[in-house]
Design a protein around this ligand. Structure first.
Ligand code: FAD
Ligand code: NAP
Ligand code: SF4
Length: 676
């Protein structure tokens, strides 16, 4: 029976020996929990919630088939019988909820952040300090055996199949492309030799596990690096993989070392789906689309138009375990949408921390952050409807408390209303939509246009008051700061104050960079950026007419001339997110912005901004100076030492403005509300 909500996405898929209940795959994500045996209970709880939420097929984080393949020292490995009981906890949990799960076998090759790294050649990767050892022919044979043993153990552990990770620049991809494969033996040279390892791995896994076991292969269809494969080579490999026994062909885009973003929020939704569509015409097995697909509508559409048989979404399942169930019930407006920020998932992984999610702090903390129904309902006032207040209000109300939410402005969302004005950050509006719906569903009494005072709160018969009033902008003490050419980022982004063609930005933090991108954008160009504009700017050929699909970028003409300034002598933007900061820096560089560090601000006057850099005085002849110099806490409501009345709690910016981001704001709101 087809589901009227998303008929293509929610249609079952018959694989012959087994049927998947819908076309949705939860893609592989390294959570950090899979690396330690004592975390497998938490890992099982994480997957249990996703299986209960209706996803058709789950893929685990990458598990190495041997020690050389570790991504990190002591990373998750499945290569002896003693590892099987841990994995059984995971498969049992998923099966009890009616789900299916594959183990991803990932050999990192030269991407391993550990000293045992190996690869097709000894060519070091730009993203790991360790130089790899080139595998000998004997090593290659033992690596193939390790893959087959890992798959066999996965079957014993109850997995429904395996995904062989062959993309993103990991070992099999390193063998597939001349970029790293410099071998002169039978494993290097023409594509027929370079693909031997991938094919032998698949054949030997098939021999080890028999016919009724899913083998999904993640194939790199667009390498996005020099020395990547051509489209003909991509197709040759895909057809050979099908013949070798692959059940489903997943697709991968971009090596980790690529200088083209593939998953951050500024990448247009479903940007790469057409590449999967072309591959689908070349093979007879189901093909999966992936990357920056985060809502059921796009996923359904791309299956409907024939770009894929299935859709893989990874981070959207950190953001919302019930994504599929909500879609199936026609309640997509209740989905907590992944906004592509990477702040709590990929940035954590790269910092060797447990992954979570900015918009859903319960992700990977399911057994620790529990929103249990309260036995003692209380009257709670939440002041401020920014991310912190929204999170606190909705969790408290969901638990059964009577919540009133006061907001001074005429809308919920706080600073997210400003963030969503930045080109490439349109997704931030989804978080406001989600919380808006959640407020309705949990019955929170929302009072807009109410700047409450302490006296009103004391008179309001509340048991608890949560102060989530956020921050106020910092106004630096620079001579001439009151000059009419000085604007704040709020006047620029929120109030759309007129801005001249030459602009200096004071402060190169996240908001300085965002304001820079806003000012460089030509307002007559549509947002969100259409796929064709985005590929042009980043030099991507979706037809893969060149090796790796790279062509010369065609940057948009910058709309203004910019200077981005900071006092610190470190590189501007050094504090931005590990996996997204480089994208912001590249965008401003492409726009010709001059970034200066070690700046002293002398004064602002009719002539412009006077600065001293490296002991030299300079005048920046600008029309406007935009202040992005950070914030200070805004808390007019608590009175330290006061006794009697309701208990006051502070969260988000109201506690500490330094290094405040929405990740901390939402997490603090949820944690407090879970305790009350
Ligand atoms: P706020 O969002 O400031 O919300 C406070 C709310 O309280 C406001 O709505 C205010 O009107 C209300 N209020 C204040 N006083 C009262 C009162 N007395 N009575 C009633 N209501 C009151 N963070 C990220 O993590 N990632 C990003 O990519 C990111 N990008 C950003 C881009 C821009 C351009 C901006 C401006 C911010 C960005 N941020 C980002 C920061 C993020 O938005 C903030 O960290 C977050 O909004 C802080 O949440 P909060 O709830 O503590 O405060
Ligand atoms: P921020 O990152 O703390 O940056 C503030 C900037 O102002 C710094 O460049 C600082 O550099 C400068 N500054 C501080 N005090 C100053 C003073 N007295 N005079 C002149 N310059 C001063 O803060 P933000 O950019 O306002 O961002 C706020 C928060 O939002 C951040 O913590 C960030 O996490 C979050 N955010 C994140 C993103 C993202 O993409 N992840 C994007 C936007 C915002 P110097 O001190 O060196 O001059
Ligand atoms: Fe998506 Fe950001 Fe959550 Fe990662 S942290 S899953 S990118 S919303």
């Amino acid at each position: 029976m087809t589901n009227p909500a998303y008929p293509h996405l929610l249609q079952p898929l018959d694989l012959g020996f087994t049927t998947l209940k819908n076309r949705v795959i939860m893609g592989s994500m390294h959570t950090g929990l899979e690396d330690r045996f004592y975390n497998y209970g938490k890992l099982a709880a994480f997957y249990r919630e996703r299986a209960a939420g209706g996803v058709g097929l789950i893929v685990t984080g990458g598990i190495s088939p041997n020690r050389q393949g570790w991504l990190l020292p002591m990373g998750g490995t499945l290569n002896f019988l003693g590892d099987v009981p841990n994995h059984r906890r995971v498969t049992r949990a998923v099966h009890e909820e009616g789900g299916k799960i594959l183990l991803q076998i990932l050999h990192a090759g030269r991407y391993g952040y550990q000293p045992f790294v190996v690869s097709a050649s000894d060519k070091k990767s730009p993203i790991s300090p360790f130089k790899p050892r080139a595998l000998s022919e004997r090593d290659i044979e033992s690596t193939i055996r390790a893959y087959a043993r890992c798959a066999k153990l996965a079957k014993q552990a109850g997995y429904d199949g395996v995904e062989v990770m062959g993309s993103e620049g990991y070992l099999l991809n390193q063998f597939l492309c001349a970029r790293v494969n410099k071998r002169e033996d039978g494993w290097g040279g023409p594509i027929e030799n370079r693909m031997r390892l991938a094919l032998d791995v698949v054949r030997r896994i098939r021999q080890a596990v028999g016919p009724n076991f899913i083998i999904m292969y993640r194939h790199s269809v667009l390498d996005l690096v020099e020395g990547g494969n051509t489209w003909d080579e991509v197709v040759t490999v895909a057809r050979a993989l099908e013949a070798a026994g692959v059940t489903i062909l997943n697709t991968g885009y971009g090596w980790h070392e690529a200088r083209v973003p593939t998953i951050v929020t500024s990448v247009p939704r479903a940007a790469f789906a057409s590449v999967a569509g072309r591959l689908r015409e070349e093979v007879g097995i189901p093909v999966v689309a992936s990357n920056r697909i985060n809502m059921p509508h796009e996923a359904n559409e791309l299956i409907a138009r024939g770009d894929a048989d299935m859709v893989s979404m990874a981070r959207p399942f950190l953001a919302d375990a019930s994504f599929v169930a909500k879609a199936a019930a026609g309640r997509a407006d209740e989905i907590n949408t992944c906004i592509g920020c990477n702040q709590a998932c990929l940035d954590h992984t790269f910092a060797n921390q447990r992954a979570s999610c900015l918009v859903n702090p319960r992700a990977c903390h399911e057994t620790e952050l529990v929103y249990a129904r309260t036995a003692k309902p209380r009257r709670i006032a939440v002041v401020g409807a920014g991310p912190a207040g929204l999170s606190a209000a909705t969790v408290a109300a969901e638990r059964g408390h009577a919540v009133t939410l006061f907001e001074a402005s005429n809308r919920i969302g706080g600073q997210f209303n400003v963030a969503m004005q930045v080109p490439g950050k349109e997704e931030f509006a989804e978080t406001i939509r989600y919380f808006g719906r959640k407020l309705e569903m949990t019955g929170v009494n929302v009072q807009l246009n109410r700047r409450v005072t302490r006296e009103e709160l004391l008179a309001g018969a509340f048991d608890e008051v949560i102060v989530a009033t956020g921050v106020r902008m910092r106004k630096p003490a620079i001579p001439g700061i009151e000059h009419p050419k000085v604007l704040s980022y709020l006047e620029v982004l929120r109030d759309k104050a007129p801005v001249g063609k030459r602009v200096a930005i004071i402060g190169a933090g996240g908001i300085g960079f965002d304001t820079g991108e806003f000012l460089l954008h030509d307002p007559s160009h549509p947002l969100p950026q259409p796929v064709a504009t985005w590929t042009g700017e980043w030099g991507v050929d979706l037809k893969v007419g060149t090796p790796g699909g790279l062509v010369k970028p065609v940057p948009a003409h910058p709309f203004r001339q910019l200077w981005l300034l900071q006092r610190k002598t470190t590189r501007p933007g050094a504090g931005l997110g590990k996996t997204s900061g480089w994208v912001h820096r590249a965008a401003l560089q492409r726009g010709g912005a001059t970034m200066l560090a070690g700046v002293q601000y002398d004064r602002i006057d009719d002539a412009g901004l006077h600065i001293t850099v490296g002991g030299e005085q300079k005048l920046l002849e600008v029309d406007n100076v935009v202040i992005c110099a950070g914030q200070e806490s805004l808390d007019e409501l608590t009175a330290p030492g006061a006794t009697g009345g309701p208990a006051f709690h502070k969260i988000g910016g109201a506690v500490l403005a330094a290094e405040l981001d929405a990740k901390r704001a939402i997490r603090e709101g949820a944690e407090l509300a879970a305790r009350l």
